[in-house]
Design a protein. Sequence first.
Length: 120
Amino acid sequence: MPEMQLGAVEARFADIIWGGEPLSSAEVVKLAEKELGWKKSTTYTVLKRLCEKGIFKNEGGKVTSLISKSEFYALQSERFVEETFSGSLPAFLSAFTKRKALSREEVESIRRLIDEYGEE
C-alpha cells in the first residue's frame, strides 16, 4: 500500500472531498477552484495522487473515499506514536502533558476511553 501522508495543501483538498462526498469530478473541480484557487489540471493532478495513495477513488466521474477522515488521522496518529515514542502511548501522553495541561473534561474523557477499553 502506498504511504498515506498528506502535505498541508493536500490535507485541505482532502477535507473538501471528505466534507461533501460523494462528489462528481466536476463538483470537486468547482470546489477546489473556489476554496483553493486551483485550476482544473491542478485539481485532477492532486486527486490522482490521492487516489494512488489509496485515500480516494474516482470512478465514472464520481469521487468517494476509500478511507474516512477519522480513519486516516487515526492511522497518522498511530504512525507518529510508533515512530516517535516506540509505540508507547504512555510515553506520548507524558511528553504531551509536559507542555499542555489537560482540562478536567479532557482527563475525564481519557478515563472513559480507558474504562471502555478495559471492559472490552
